[in-house]
Ligand binder design. Structure first.
Ligand SMILES: Cc1cc2nc3c(=O)[nH]c(=O)nc-3n(C[C@H](O)[C@H](O)[C@H](O)COP(=O)(O)OP(=O)(O)OC[C@H]3O[C@@H](n4cnc5c(N)ncnc54)[C@H](O)[C@@H]3O)c2cc1C
Length: 382
C-alpha cells in the first residue's frame, strides 16, 4: 500500500508551508490576542485556491482530492489552528455537503463563491442540548406550502457569523419515519434570512481567531427547494460528512503536533541552562523525540484513512482511529512543548502558548474522543 503523496501533493504542501511561514506567522499572534477573524488571510487562501481544493472545476474548484485539503490543513496548523479550522470548516462542513448532496441549482448558486473563499458556509448540527447524540436534534422544520418553517437553535457553529458567511446548512426534524423514529433532513439557510439570528462570538479557550456562534431560528422561512438532497436523509448525510471531516481534523491535529516539535527543537538549541543548551540534555531530547514519534504515527494514521477514502473503500474505522490518535498527539505535544519552553511557554508571545490553548478542542470537535472509541468499537461488531 503506497501512502506517498504525489508530486502535485508535495508541491501544494510546499506552497502552503511557505504561505503559513511568510504570511500567517507574522500576523496571527496579534489577531489571536484581539480575537479577530483573519479576513485578509482567508482572502489570500481563497486566491490560492485552497477553499476549492476538493471541489470540481465546473463549480469553481481546483478539481483536486480530499487528501490535498488534508495536506494544506496540516501545513497551516503547524503555524496556526484558527486559520486552519476556518479552512477546514469552510470546505469540509460548509462546501462539501452541497458538493456531495446538493441539486444542480443549489451548486450553481452557492458553490462557486464557497470554492473561491469569497464566501463561507457553515454546518449546524450541534444543539445546546447535546452534540454527541446528534440524533437527539430538537430543531424542527415544517413544510408550509412551498416553504420550510424552521424553529430551534444550534450551538458552537464555526464560520456562521462572519461578514462573508453566505449559508448555514442545518439539520432539523421534518417528520416521523414509518418505524416511529425522527425523520431528520438537512436544509440550507442563507445568511440574513428573516427569523435566522446568530449570537455574538463565544469567548473561547482557544481558536480565538475562528468564528463560533450560537444560531437561533424563529419561524425562519426558506424555500422548499433549499432541502439538501433527499428528505429524511439528513442524518446519513452528516454522518458521511463527519467521516471525511475526521480525517481533515486528524490532519490539522498532526500539523499542531508537528508545530510543537518545530518550536521545541528551535528553542532547545538556543536556550541554555547550567551552561549548555537544554537540547543537549537527554531528558529534553527524549521529550522531543517522543513528540516526533506521536506526530509521525498520527500522520501515518491519517494518510491510511485518506488512502482508503480516495480508493472509495469504507474508512469509518480508520477515520475515527486517525482522529483519536492525532488529537491525542496534539494534546500531548502541546503539553510537552510548553514544558520545554519553561516559563516562556506560559507567555502568549510564543506560539506554543497558542498551541496549548488550541489543542484541547481537537479532542472534542467533530466527535469527542469517547465518540471515536464508540465508532471504533461499533466497527468491531460491539
Ligand atoms: C470551537 C467549537 C467549534 C465547533 N464547531 C461546530 C460546527 O461547526 N458545527 C457543529 O455542528 N458543531 C460544532 N461544534 C460542536 C462539537 O462538535 C461538539 O461540542 C461535540 O460534538 C461534543 O458535543 P457536546 O459539546 O454537546 O458534548 P456532549 O455530547 O454533551 O458530551 C459531553 C461529554 O460526555 C461524553 N459522552 C457523551 N455521550 C457519551 C457516551 N454515550 N459514552 C461516553 N461518553 C459520552 C462526551 O464524550 C463528552 O466528554 C463545535 C464545538 C466547538 C467547541
Amino acid at each position: 500500500m503506497d501512502l506517498t503523496p504525489s508530486e502535485e501533493h508535495e508541491a501544494l504542501r510546499a506552497t502552503v508551508e511557505d504561505f503559513a511561514r511568510k504570511e500567517v506567522a507574522p500576523v496571527i499572534g496579534e489577531l489571536y490576542e484581539r480575537g479577530e477573524f483573519p479576513y485578509a488571510l482567508v482572502a489570500r487562501m481563497g486566491a490560492m485556491g485552497l477553499f476549492g481544493l476538493p471541489i470540481d472545476e465546473e463549480h469553481g474548484g481546483m478539481g483536486g482530492d480530499y487528501f490535498a485539503l488534508c495536506l494544506a490543513l496540516e501545513e497551516l496548523a503547524r503555524v496556526d489552528s484558527s486559520v486552519a479550522i476556518t479552512l477546514e470548516a469552510g470546505v469540509s462542513l460548509g462546501a462539501m455537503p452541497l458538493h456531495r448532496f446538493g441539486t444542480a441549482e443549489q451548486k450553481r448558486r452557492w458553490l462557486p463563491e464557497l470554492a473561491a473563499g469569497t464566501k463561507l458556509g457553515a454546518f449546524g448540527l450541534t444543539e445546546p442540548g447535546g452534540g454527541s447524540d446528534a440524533g437527539a436534534t430538537r430543531t424542527t422544520a415544517r413544510l408550509d406550502g412551498d416553504e420550510w418553517v424552521i424553529n430551534g437553535s444550534k450551538a458552537f457553529i464555526t464560520n456562521a457569523g462572519t461578514d462573508i458567511t453566505s449559508i448555514v446548512t442545518v439539520t432539523a426534524i421534518t417528520g416521523t419515519q414509518d418505524d416511529g423514529r425522527k425523520e431528520i433532513s438537512a436544509i440550507v439557510v442563507p445568511a440574513g434570512t428573516p427569523g435566522f439570528r446568530v449570537s455574538q462570538k463565544y469567548s473561547k479557550v482557544g481558536w480565538s481567531s475562528s468564528d463560533t456562534r450560537e444560531l437561533f431560528f424563529d419561524d425562519c422561512r426558506v424555500p422548499a427547494e433549499n432541502l439538501l438532497g433527499e428528505r429524511g436523509r439528513g442524518y446519513a448525510q452528516f454522518l458521511s460528512i463527519l467521516d471525511e471531516g475526521r480525517v481533515a481534523i486528524a490532519a490539522l491535529s498532526v500539523g499542531l503536533a508537528q508545530g510543537c516539535v518545530d518550536e521545541s527543537v528551535r528553542y532547545a538549541r538556543e536556550r541554555e541552562a547550567f551552561g549548555a543548551p537544554i537540547g543537549s540534555y537527554q531528558a529534553i531530547q527524549f521529550k522531543i523525540a517522543d513528540m516526533e514519534v506521536r506526530a509521525h504515527t498520527a500522520r501515518l494514521a491519517y494518510y491510511a484513512a485518506a488512502a482508503k477514502m480516495l480508493r472509495g473503500e469504507p474508512f469509518k474505522k480508520e477515520a475515527a482511529i486517525a482522529k483519536l490518535v492525532a488529537s491525542n498527539a496534539a494534546m500531548d505535544n502541546a503539553r510537552d512543548a510548553t514544558q520545554v519552553f519553561g516559563g516562556y511557554g506560559f507567555m502568549n508571545e510564543y506560539p506554543v502558548g497558542r498551541f496549548y490553548r488550541d489543542a484541547k478542542i481537537l479532542e472534542i470537535g467533530e466527535g469527542t474522543s469517547e465518540v471515536q472509541r464508540m465508532l471504533i468499537a461499533r466497527q468491531l461488531g460491539l
